[in-house]
Design a protein around this ligand. Structure first.
Ligand SMILES: Cc1cc2nc3c(=O)[nH]c(=O)nc-3n(C[C@H](O)[C@H](O)[C@H](O)COP(=O)(O)OP(=O)(O)OC[C@H]3O[C@@H](n4cnc5c(N)ncnc54)[C@H](O)[C@@H]3O)c2cc1C
Length: 474
């Protein structure tokens, strides 16, 4: 009887528990992928990420074909429709068991429940495997069996548990006997979404992801702590797009970092330890998205901030989106995002804080824009990052901590190299002027005046937070 693997955000053949389980016996194995653009658009996912997913799928198809596993890819619409398509395929190919890696988010978990019921009616089992996080959310709880809401104790508990676990990534399965079935042609898969200009910056596929990981761990990881905040240095791994589609597993990344640190969890090289900590932040936000499904409905994690009367000013929002705020570092970050689909972490924090704390615009609008533009958009990390920046989230920045975009610029792009690369109209300015050009310099090159006054906007946001907190405690 045929076994099937239902691929979703796990587009790789190595360290893939669902694929490994399907291949554990001698049964024929087929791979299934159902593309759901309507659902993704409801989740605000934009064209760049959709195209990158399909390009990754084509790489997966070729990797699978070397194992003699055909890939049936179908164009669906939303999650309800994907369950119908899956049920039909299962009947068509006489599948006995479908294997899938479980997904933690609200709509995805609901889809999986529906699929389980639908397949059971056809006497087919849908078996889920743990993959999206290294440790399951129910495995990292406080002494009272509640989720951690603060990162540092979460990290401590997470490491304690992970250090006792087997973290060896699963190898790719061996080649199987050919079953004489054709896979969906590349051209058909790629016809479902045209590339955007940003896609040209990224080569899809697991091979590329592993090459990046190898290069990063060989050349940059040990200096990560001292280099990671300087966008012009380009010293972070840029693995996030690959993690977002599952072209590489988080476990493979962690394992390679541990190897570089001689398997030490809390001592050794500071660069490696800092990078491992970032991987654990990813886990933290994924676990939160599982424990607090209401977050996906736009709810602020901290109830005391729920009543803040955020603005939805469209003019200011558009100036921020298009990188025309008159604050060079903010504009450089937004233009990097618009042109490449990716933004350096320091700038994600700077631009998100600018939108929420200087323009006082609703963080949900910024969250939606990032979801739409980022090639690495990931609901849990994005929501976590936005709620951290807006001071509404779990273990968020305190509301009175507001980055001054000019000082951030002087500190993290002192020579102005990053600004020059992304805001070419300022390219002729020296390191002294570039962070905050004079009105005359701006006029000469056609660069806008600052759209907001830093000092008074910070005062405004502080008052709003104080009032919201007073309202909640009254
Ligand atoms: C407002 C805002 C929105 C964000 N949206 C996303 C998003 O949609 N998708 C996304 O993957 N990350 C998001 N991040 C987190 C972070 O900015 C990116 O993961 C990181 O910049 C990706 O670059 P990298 O792969 O070079 O990271 P590296 O510095 O090399 O880190 C390695 C990996 O660790 C994880 N990681 C690093 N920092 C964080 C973090 N703060 N939170 C969660 N995971 C982290 C990522 O998976 C990353 O690929 C957001 C952060 C902010 C402040």
């Amino acid at each position: 009887m045929t076994q099937a693997v239902w691929f979703r955000n796990d587009l790789r053949i190595d360290d893939n528990p669902a694929l490994a389980a399907a291949c554990s016996g001698d049964d024929p194995v087929i791979a299934i992928y159902i593309y759901t653009p309507e659902q993704q658009r409801k989740h605000q996912v934009g064209d760049t990420k959709l195209r990158f997913t399909l390009e990754t799928l084509v790489h997966l198809k070729h990797d699978l074909s070397r194992l003699n596993i055909p890939l049936v890819a179908l164009l669906g619409s939303d999650y309800d429709n994907s369950v119908q398509v899956l049920s039909k395929l299962v009947r068509q190919y006489g599948v006995r068991t479908v294997h899938a890696n479980s997904e933690l988010e609200f709509n995805e978990a609901r889809r999986d429940q529906h699929a389980t019921r639908a397949l059971l009616q056809q006497h087919t089992q849908l078996r889920f495997h743990q993959d999206q996080t290294i440790l399951a959310p129910t495995d990292v709880l406080t002494g009272e069996d509640t989720p951690y809401r603060v990162f540092t104790p979460f990290k401590r508990a997470w490491i304690h548990r992970a250090a006792q676990s087997n973290l060896a990534p699963l190898p790719a399965p061996g080649a199987r006997r050919a079953i004489g079935m054709e896979s969906t042609p590349d051209e058909e898969i790629l016809s479902w979404q045209a590339p955007t200009a940003a896609n040209a910056h990224w080569i899809a596929g697991s091979k590329q992801a592993h090459q990046r990981l190898d290069k990063f761990t060989l050349q940059a990881i040990e200096r990560y702590k001292s280099t990671r905040d300087f966008p012009a240095l380009n010293c972070t791994s840029q693995l996030s797009p690959y993690l977002a589609v599952g072209a590489i597993s988080l476990r493979s990344c962690l394992r390679q970092a541990l190897y570089a640190n001689h398997y030490e969890w809390d001592s050794g090289n500071q660069g490696v330890l800092t990078w491992m900590s970032e991987l654990i932040w990813r886990e933290f936000y994924k676990h939160l998205s599982f424990h607090y499904p209401e977050l996906s409905k736009g709810v602020a994690f901290n109830p005391k901030t729920q009543s803040i009367p955020w603005s939805r000013n469209q003019t200011l929002l558009q100036q921020w989106q298009s990188g025309q705020t008159g604050f060079p570092l903010v504009d450089a970050g937004m233009r990097q995002l618009n042109q490449t689909g990716w933004m350096h972490n320091r700038l994600r924090m700077v631009t998100a804080m600018f939108l929420t704390k200087q323009l006082f615009i609703d963080w949900r609008l910024g969250e939606a824009y990032f979801m739409n533009r980022l090639i690495d958009c990931d609901y849990a990390a994005n929501n976590g990052g936005w709620q951290w920046s807006a001071s509404t989230g779990a273990d968020a920045a305190p509301y009175f901590r507001v980055f001054n975009p000019i000082r951030q610029s002087q500190r993290f792009d002192a020579q102005g190299e990053f600004i020059r690369a992304w805001v070419p109209e300022l390219a002729q300015l020296g390191p002294k002027q570039i962070h905050d050009p004079s009105p005359m310099e701006r006029q000469l090159v056609g660069y806008p005046l600052p759209i907001v006054d830093h000092k008074s906007s910070v005062e405004h946001v502080k008052q709003a937070f104080k009032a919201a907190q007073a309202m909640e405690t009254a």
